[in-house]
Design a protein around this ligand. Structure first.
Ligand SMILES: Nc1nc2c(ncn2[C@@H]2O[C@H](COP(=O)(O)OP(=O)(O)O)[C@@H](O)[C@H]2O)c(=O)[nH]1
Ligand SMILES: [Mg+2]
Length: 238
């Protein structure tokens, strides 16, 4: 519980056996979570076994993709507040308190990994990835009249279950460009949001999305297409 609200944590996980134990235990240590869900996305390693052993509930998602994994978790989570994070060593569990503090005032509090003070040595947030994240975030901000945004791809965030319920039937993205859809649908459904900087550390194990330049560019382009298509749909429907 946090300030009288029940809390769920969702970890999308594809082959995270190196990290999952530490990730689960670092969040458990905060003693605020009512539910820890690991959405196992066709892992071929011991991710699921280790998760169960460490007290998490494992849900299987057969459709491959970061978006599908998060969508499954969002459907199943019971908490009034739902925290999304990655079990890959890049995020700090303690930062969930910094996000949660703002939940009295907003429907979604999103982490941002682009504040230089919060970017740790050797993390995967070099010049071009940081610039790309900021530029796409600014585009979303201006096209959808949102408060200042500086990161379009930070999984670490909190959202109210009550808002998620309205969005669940509307999600369309199953791959790695899912987060802009969450932000846009939150806005379309009348949800408010704010960004808060979070620490970003070196990834343990292989990064499956932004680990390669080509994949990062692909995800960026998919995000742009998605953002413009939502904007066009809104113009047509008004
Ligand atoms: N790429 C990918 N990641 C998945 C999938 N399902 C779950 N994930 C998880 O999504 C998160 C993001 O992937 P990651 O490799 O850390 O990408 P990065 O954050 O861009 O470095 C990790 O927690 C993965 O374990 C999937 O099908 N594909
Ligand atoms: Mg990651």
């Amino acid at each position: 519980m946090f300030e009288g609200k029940t809390l769920s944590l969702i970890f999308p996980a594809k082959d995270e056996e190196e990290n999952i134990k530490n990730a689960i235990n670092s969040f458990k240590a905060l003693k605020i979570f009512d539910e820890l869900l690991v959405v196992d996305n066709n892992s071929t390693d011991k991710t699921a076994d280790i998760s169960v052993k460490n007290g998490a509930k494992v849900i299987k998602e057969k459709n491959p993709g970061y978006g599908f994994a998060l969508r499954k978790g969002l459907k199943i989570a019971n908490g009034e507040y739902i925290v999304l994070c990655e079990p890959d060593g890049t995020f700090s569990a303690k930062d969930s308190l910094r996000l949660l503090k703002q939940m009295q005032n907003y429907d979604m509090v999103a982490g941002s990994r682009t504040n230089p003070k919060f970017i740790k040595k050797d993390s995967n947030m070099g010049f071009s990835l940081r610039l790309g994240n900021i530029m796409v975030a600014k585009l979303i901000q201006f096209l959808f009249f949102l408060p200042p945004l500086s990161d379009c791809g930070c999984t670490f965030r909190v959202i109210k279950k009550e808002k998620v319920k309205k969005m669940n039937p509307k999600f369309t993205v199953g791959k790695s460009h899912f987060l802009p859809e969450l932000v846009i649908l939150n806005k379309i459904n009348g949800g408010t949001m704010i960004e808060v900087p979070v620490h970003y550390s070196k990834r343990i194990g292989k990064s499956k999305i932004t680990g390669s330049k080509i994949k990062s560019i692909q995800v960026g382009f998919r995000m742009l297409l998605l953002i413009f298509s939502y904007r066009l749909k809104l113009i047509k429907s008004n």
